[in-house]
Every structure is written in C-alpha cells, then in structure tokens.
Design a protein around this ligand. Structure first.
Ligand SMILES: NC(=O)c1ccc[n+]([C@@H]2O[C@H](COP(=O)([O-])OP(=O)(O)OC[C@H]3O[C@@H](n4cnc5c(N)ncnc54)[C@H](O)[C@@H]3O)[C@@H](O)[C@H]2O)c1
Length: 267
C-alpha cells in the first residue's frame, strides 16, 4: 500500500507514549512512506521504555525533551539538525492536564495546574516554533502539524480546561502559520481528531460513553488513530503544499452533523 510519498523527508515526532498513541501510528506510517525522524517525549515518559520498541522498528533515534523546557527544546532541535540538516516535518502530539487527571470540575479548577496545562498543551507549540525559527531549522515547504480537538470551538463539559488549551493551540497554529509561510513557505496546520482511545483520551471523564455517542453521530463513524496517521502523512507530503493555517477536521463528519437517526432513535 505504501507509495513512498515521504521518501527523503526528515522530521521530529513528539508524543509517542505507547502503541495506542496517535503519534506512534504517525511514526509507523511516516516510516512506511520513507521518512526518517527523531522521536521525542518527556524524560518521565521515556523511562517507561516502550518508545525504544518504536525506535527500533522505525530505525530512529530517541531524544528526551520536556516541552516546557527551552533548554530541552534547544538541545532537541540542535541534535535533529546535526542528524538530518534542515527538517521537512514536525508532529506536535502533546497534551496533559492535571485538573483533568485529578477529576476536577470546570467550576473548581486549580489555576496553578491550569497554567501548567496551557504550558504543556499549547504554549509548547509556540516555544517549539520559535526555537525552529531562531535556529532556521525548517526547510522551505516544510509541514508542521499539531493535534487538537473540537472542544476548542464547541462546549464538551468534561473536556475541562483542555478546551481553552486547544483554542490557544489553534491560534498559535494560525499566527505562526502566517509568519513561517511568509518567511520560507512553511505550512502549519492543526488536525482536529475524533475521540480516540489513548492514555490522554481515556483520561477524560465519561470517555467511553462519549466515544460511543460520537460514533453514532458521525456519518463515517469515529476516525481511528491509524487513519489519522495516514491523514498526517498526506499533510506532510508534497501533495498539500498550499494548505496552511487551517484547523482540519478528521472526525468522520462529526463536526458538521447536527444529529443522527441513531441518536434520535436512542432517545
Ligand atoms: N485521544 C483523543 O481522543 C484525542 C482527540 C483529539 C486530539 N487529541 C490530541 O492528540 C494528542 C496526542 O494525544 P494521544 O491521544 O495520542 O494521547 P497520548 O497520551 O498517547 O499522548 C500524549 C503525549 O503527550 C506527552 N507529554 C505530556 N506532557 C509532556 C511534556 N511535558 N513534554 C513532552 N511530552 C509530554 C505524553 O508523554 C504523551 O506521549 C494530544 O494533543 C491530544 O490532546 C487526542
């Protein structure tokens, strides 16, 4: 099935924690399509050791970096540049909220934790793009993707402060998309994915019921992690060179469906 549409492309993939992670599937698909990349995750996640399996399978190097640390990102981008020269693609697949993890209600959030959530899940994207900008790390026509969720536009009560994180993330995508497009035709987009059973996804209260609801609303059903990975590959490829500053829904049609017959029948 692979067509080698990423042959010769070099990149960095953030966020592969285990084989359920969206980033894990993206790494597998990018490898299958001929790309080379560095895998990165927070040092605490690397200690789980699972990522080494993926590194071996995809013949890639693992470099630890906490996305909240400028020093870590500097080191990561420097090492990737040393390994590959200028980069053709980056996947930002990172999110974490302590308020969500601890089951805090939206009306009772700890604001210290909220700062941390924004730093990890959204500001990290600006930090990463600014690091690449200052080091001139991205090749002409490079493609950068961030993963996001429709709670940035519509209310999902238990998604909590991650909704505001995603709204901020999508705004950084648009703004940096403008600046980097002008500078060197780099395209920057976010992919708004269906609910997907991963560590981050399953941490949201009521996830299983919601997954089922989204499946019944979406005309194509929920998009799984593997199809999301294939969509990301298309966006890293040369077939999408003129797409930038977009929030692209990859959700089986959920975002534009008001209600479905299945949901009405279940009422
Ligand atoms: N699972 C879903 O339902 C869903 C839906 C839409 C969007 N997304 C988004 O997809 C992305 C990937 O999530 P996933 O569902 O694959 O879950 P995941 O838990 O597998 O991935 C989240 C990753 O973020 C990493 N991370 C957390 N804190 C970090 C830090 N300080 N520094 C570096 N990395 C850090 C984790 O180690 C993990 O690898 C996230 O942005 C998430 O919000 C997920």
């Amino acid at each position: 099935m692979s067509k080698g549409i990423l042959t010769g492309k070099k990149g960095i993939i953030f966020g592969a924690l285990d084989s359920n992670s969206i980033a894990w599937k993206v790494a597998e698909q990018c490898h299958a399509e001929g790309a080379s990349f560095v895998l990165t995750n927070a040092p605490v996640a690397l200690r789980m050791g699972v990522i080494d399996e993926l590194a071996k399978k995809t013949n890639s190097k693992v470099i630890g970096a906490d996305v909240t640390s400028q020093e870590d990102l500097d080191k990561l981008v420097d090492e990737a540049l040393k390994e590959f020269g200028k980069l053709d693609f980056i996947l930002h697949s990172v999110g974490m909220s302590l308020n969500v993890r601890k089951g805090k209600a939206y009306t009772d959030l700890k604001h210290d934790w909220m700062h941390k959530t924004f730093d990890i899940s959204a500001i990290s994207f600006h930090r990463l793009m600014q690091t690449c900008w200052k080091k001139d790390a991205l090749a002409v026509n490079a493609s950068v993707l961030a993963l996001t969720y429709i709670a940035a536009q519509r209310v999902f009560p238990d998604y909590n402060e991650m909704a505001e994180s995603k709204a901020l993330l999508e705004s950084f995508v648009r703004s940096f998309g403008y600046h980097y497009g002008k500078k060197s035709k780099v395209r920057i987009n976010s992919v708004s994915q269906s609910p997907t059973p991963t560590t981050a996804g399953s941490g949201v209260k009521g996830f299983d019921k919601f997954l089922n609801y989204a499946e019944k609303i979406s005309p194509l059903g929920n998009a799984d992690a593997e199809s999301c990975a294939k969509y990301c590959v298309s966006l890293f490829s040369d077939y999408t060179k003129m797409v930038t500053m977009q929030n692209l829904f990859h959700d089986g049609g959920f975002s534009f469906t008001g209600v479905s017959n299945e949901v009405i029948e279940n009422m």
